[in-house]
Design a protein around this ligand. Structure first.
Ligand code: EPU
Length: 416
């Protein structure tokens, strides 16, 4: 298993290109199942989750060809299988995103139920309840959800709480349902809006994406399209924190500052200098002040930035409180940061971080994607070197992160 070795103490300088958003690319790829025509996607991040989705789509009969320029052509002329098998769903929960498109296109789907994961139980009960509302008959057997519907029938779905992939799954299903589907308490994330824009280009009738009420008027068929995936706001946020914590100066290119408004505002509260322009963000470090944060659904501060922010707060002069509101177990990185010398107390869903502590390099274990990023960030300012184990988590969602960091001056290497 690969490891990363980070030697701390070098401020980051230079420019970093931000890749396409993994969490936008995954539903966009799944949406190719909705049409027999060819769909072209541009700006795909070349990360392992995207390759897992490619494998899944190929098993379902989709022809998927990746080009050298981060684009791919996908063609689901015939659906050959309607099953998302256990080995793929357990590798990547976002595999459940094929449920909506499969049901809408073929009226049948069999999807392995994802179990819990490192950051929480993460049930898909709200997806299931939503499909029931659209007239699907479902049963669970041998760990699989089997769903059938002659043709989905539009309905009003009120989510008990906001779910990103739940909104995406049901929005895709609604595009081919008979009549009108209204999603209430829908997720407003930029990735949901990106998917809606792609579906509209395919001929779907969708209004309200980006607001809590999305209305979808079902149509009989969708056509092919070409779509460019939005920049990855979490990758951009991760580099902003890396630039800030090392007291460096970084310019992020091909980013979308408006998707990062709450992260930028919070970093400014901590004394970090940030400037934005069309497609670019610059960050310059300084003395870091503590600032409390509460993770929330978009446009709030993203849970996917919480671990990186915690690493930053270990370097703030004073105490900050980080409240994790979305997932019940997303503080696994705290115990690894403690091993590096951080002062963090966990109290239920709150982490109390007291800085500034001189971190020291240690052997640490990455528990999930964003936790891995926070350990790299901590390693960048730690005394000596930090060896991060289980970096396969990182490879699921960050494209060439060590190359990008190295180009900005970081001392980081992959140990095979
Ligand atoms: N939830 C339920 N029932 C459901 C669905 C969700 O109880 O049917 C709960 C979850 O357990 C969680 C909360 O609702 O406590 C929100 O979960 P959500 O469904 O929004 O999460 P997700 O769609 O599974 C996506 C991202 C995550 C990101 C979350 C929150 C993708 C592929 N994944 O997950 O990204 O953390 O939204 O913003 O879009 C990551 O990239 O590292 C990552 C984990």
């Amino acid at each position: 298993m690969d490891k990363l070795r980070v030697t701390g103490g070098t401020p980051l300088h230079g420019s970093v290109h931000i890749s396409g958003a993994k969490n936008s690319a995954l539903p966009a790829m799944a949406a190719s199942l909705l049409t027999a025509d060819e769909v072209t996607l541009e700006n795909l991040p070349l990360v392992n989750d995207i390759f897992t989705m490619r494998r899944l789509l190929r098993e379902l009969g989709v022809k998927v060809d990746f080009e050298a320029d981060h684009s791919a052509r996908l063609r689901a002329e015939k659906i050959l299988s309607d099953e998302a098998p256990y080995d793929l769903v357990k590798t990547m929960r976002a595999s459940v995103l094929v449920l909506g498109p499969l049901l809408a296109r073929t009226g049948h789907a069999r999807v392995s139920l994802p179990g819990g994961c490192a950051i929480g139980a993460r049930p898909i009960n709200m997806h299931i309840k939503g499909f029931e509302k659209l007239g699907t008959i479902e049963r669970t057997e041998h760990g699989y959800l089997e769903a059938k519907a002659e043709r989905l029938a539009g309905s009003e779905i009120i989510f008990d709480r906001i779910t990103v992939t739940g909104t995406e799954n049901l929005m895709m299903a609604g595009t081919l349902a008979a009549g009108c589907t209204v999603l209430q308490n829908a997720a407003c994330e930029p990735e949901v809006v990106d998917l809606a824009e792609m579906l509209i280009k395919m001929g779907a009738k969708i209004e309200g994406a980006g607001t809590p009420t999305i209305t979808i008027e079902g149509v009989h068929a969708l056509k092919g399209t070409s779509h460019r995936i939005i920049p990855d706001r979490i990758e951009a946020g991760t580099f902003l924190v890396a630039g800030a914590i090392t007291n460096g100066e970084l310019e992020l290119l091909d980013a979308n500052p408006s998707h990062l408004a709450s992260v930028i505002e919070k970093l400014r509260d901590t004394g970090v200098h940030i400037e934005t322009g069309p497609g670019r963000i610059t960050v310059r470090g300084g003395d870091i002040r503590p600032a409390d944060v509460v993770t929330k659904e978009y446009p709030g501060f993203a849970t996917d930035m919480q671990a990186q922010y915690m690493a930053l707060m270990t370097q703030a002069n004073g105490t900050s409180v980080i409240h994790e509101n979305i997932f019940e177990n997303r503080f696994m990185h705290a115990s690894e940061l403690l091993r590096m010398g951080a002062d963090i107390k966990i109290d239920g869903s709150r982490a109390i971080v007291t800085g500034k502590t001189q971190l020291t390099g240690a052997n640490v274990i990455a528990s999930d994607l964003r936790a891995s990023a926070s350990l790299i960030i901590a390693g960048l300012v730690a005394d000596g070197f930090t060896v991060i184990d289980r970096v396969y988590h990182l490879d699921r969602g960050y494209e060439k992160i060590e190359e990008k960091l190295r180009a900005a001056g970081a001392q980081i290497e992959r140990l095979k």
